[in-house]
Every structure is written in structure tokens, then in C-alpha cells.
Design a protein around this ligand. Structure first.
Ligand code: C2E
Ligand code: MG
Ligand code: MG
Ligand code: MG
Length: 283
């Protein structure tokens, strides 16, 4: 069992960590080299218009397959990236990769309306975020109206001036704004009228037991009623069964995302499955 990891200590690969701190330190080092060695990639998951059952766009989700071939969950390493500050650079890489992908798919004449990327609150606290994302739009020749930024409720409520002003500017620049994991964050809804929000993503936790739990059904119904009257689109995350899809559709939800419609998958596979393109590499 490796004890305190000194600078150059090589930790055994599949170890039990004696503490969560030790695990964090190990993960941070691994993440640094993962970024350097390009072990990270984006997967894409389709987003469906429930009224037409057509795919309108996709969400980019970060994946890390480490050099042992082991899958590391973003739920584990995104917080590590946030605490260590690595998230800023990583976020720029995520944006660049998604923009490049969108451009490629658009030049191949697909009708993808947007790619949705997750933005960590830590990225928006950095005063350079707007400048950097503008630069990436320019480099990849992408229109911000085809990019959706997924931001959690808590981010909108942060008192950081950088966050508040940059969120406003991003809306003015024409980016689509989505509220991610809606319903799990804070209860203040005042931010909904202050920012140019396009879509509310209702968290998966309300969808999971929708068939059996009348309370969840009432919550989803109330969220849809409220957001619709405020003029936002609604999307439910984590739809896994036909019945869930029918329920949320009947409640007036506009969009859906989940394993029922398609799992996140790597770019070429996505293109082949969902936009009818053979491997881009072969074109
Ligand atoms: P999220 O943004 O709410 O993403 C949705 C998560 O639900 C994804 O997990 C997706 O794979 C999963 N999911 C989608 N449909 C279903 C379903 O039908 N059933 C179930 N059980 N799960 C479903 P994933 O990819 O593991 O990502 C987890 C979280 O990690 C994301 O939640 C997001 O908060 C964060 N994350 C992922 N990629 C990025 C990224 O590029 N940047 C940042 N900042 N955070 C990211
Ligand atoms: Mg998301
Ligand atoms: Mg989400
Ligand atoms: Mg979520």
C-alpha cells in the first residue's frame, strides 16, 4: 500500500486508496498526464425533439480511458480538475474539440442544430472565459447560435462578478444557454428572468421513477408548466423507457435525452448511428 505520495513516487496502478485525499492526489497527477498524453475524448449523446422524434443536437460528454484501458468517470475526475484548477485548460480543450466536431459535421451537410457542452462554474469565474471562447469560435469558424452551454443552477446564483457578467455577455453573443440538472440546486428562481436562458434540463432523478412515483410526476409536471409559461424549452434527462418518454411527452415536455434514444458514443460512431455518415476517416 503506497503511503504519502511524494513527487516522484510511482503508485501501484490498481491500488486501494487509504484515504480520499490520497485518491485525489493520485487522480490529479493521473489527470495531468492524461491531458498531456491525450487520453481524453468527447462522446456525444443525441438530443431528441419529442414531438417529431427527430434528433436536433447532441451533448458532448468527457471521457477518460486511462492507459490501463480503465474507464474513469467524469463524476470522479471533474471535481478533481475543478479543485486543482486544471478545469480551465481542460474546459478550453473541450470547447475547441466540440467546435471542431460541429464544424466538421456541418460541412458534411448534416442538419445538426447544436452541440451542447458542459461548463463548470470554475471556468466562468476566470475573467478570460469570454475572450477564450470567442477566440475558439474564430479559429473554428463556428456560430455561437449552434453552441449550447450547459450551466448548473448554482452557477447562475454565484456572486462572482466575473460569472455574472460573463453569463450575460455569453447570452448576448448568441450562445444557447441550458440549465443543467434543474431541480437539484438552489430554490431561488430569480435568475431565470435575469439571463437569456433557452432550455431547462430536468434532472434525471425526477425521471427515474416516473412510472411509479406520483410525486415525481407532479414535480415534472409543475416544472414543465412553469418553464413553458416563462417561455423556455424543457428537456428531460435520463429517459430510459418508452413509458417515461410517453409520460413526459404527454406532460408537454419538448425534448428528451437518455439511453432510450441513444447512449453517449464517440464521434465516428455517433456520425454513423445518428447522422448516417460512414466513418469520417474514410471519406
Ligand atoms: P450531466 O451534464 O447531467 O450529463 C448527463 C449524464 O447522464 C451523463 O453522464 C450521461 O452519460 C448520463 N446519462 C444520459 N442518459 C442517461 C440515461 O438514460 N440513464 C443514465 N443512468 N444516465 C444517463 P456522464 O457522461 O457520466 O457525466 C456525468 C457528469 O459529469 C455530467 O452530468 C456533468 O456534470 C459532468 N461532465 C461530463 N462531461 C463534462 C465536461 O465535458 N465538462 C464538465 N464541466 N463536466 C462534464
Ligand atoms: Mg450536461
Ligand atoms: Mg444534465
Ligand atoms: Mg445530470
Amino acid at each position: 500500500q503506497a503511503k504519502k505520495s511524494g513527487r516522484n513516487t510511482v503508485l501501484p496502478y490498481k491500488q486501494e486508496y487509504s484515504s480520499s485525499l490520497e485518491k485525489k492526489i493520485f487522480l490529479e497527477e493521473e489527470l495531468r498526464s492524461a491531458i498531456r498524453d491525450e487520453e481524453l475524448m468527447l462522446y456525444y449523446q443525441p438530443i431528441i425533439d419529442l414531438s417529431t422524434e427527430k434528433i436536433v443536437g447532441c451533448e458532448a460528454l468527457l471521457r477518460w480511458i486511462d492507459r490501463a484501458g480503465k474507464f474513469v468517470s467524469p463524476v470522479d475526475f471533474i471535481p478533481v480538475a475543478e479543485e486543482s484548477g486544471l478545469i480551465y485548460e481542460l474546459g478550453n480543450w473541450i470547447n475547441a474539440t466540440a467546435f471542431k466536431q460541429l464544424k466538421l459535421w456541418q460541412t458534411l451537410h448534416t442538419d445538426m442544430k447544436y452541440i451542447s457542452v458542459n461548463v463548470s462554474p470554475h471556468q466562468l469565474q476566470n475573467a478570460d472565459f469570454v475572450k477564450d471562447i470567442q477566440r475558439l469560435l474564430d479559429i473554428h469558424n463556428v456560430d455561437p447560435r449552434h453552441i449550447q452551454l450547459e450551466i448548473t443552477e448554482g452557477t447562475f446564483l454565484q456572486e462572482s462578478l466575473n460569472t455574472q457578467s460573463q453569463l450575460r455577455i455569453l447570452g448576448e453573443m448568441g450562445f444557447r444557454l441550458a440549465i443543467d440538472d434543474f431541480g437539484t440546486g438552489y430554490s431561488s428562481l430569480a435568475y431565470l428572468k435575469r439571463f437569456a436562458v433557452d432550455v431547462i434540463k430536468i434532472d434525471r432523478s425526477f425521471v427515474m421513477d416516473l412510472e411509479d412515483d406520483p410525486a415525481d410526476r407532479d414535480i415534472v409536471k409543475a416544472i414543465i408548466a412553469m418553464t413553458t409559461s416563462l417561455g423556455f424549452d424543457t428537456l428531460v434527462e435520463g429517459v430510459e423507457t418508452r413509458e417515461q418518454s410517453l409520460i413526459v411527452g404527454a406532460l408537454g415536455c419538448g425534448y428528451g435525452q437518455g439511453y432510450l434514444y441513444g447512449k453517449p458514443t464517440f464521434a465516428d460512431d455517433y456520425a454513423e448511428q445518428y447522422i448516417g455518415l460512414k466513418s469520417v476517416a474514410n471519406r
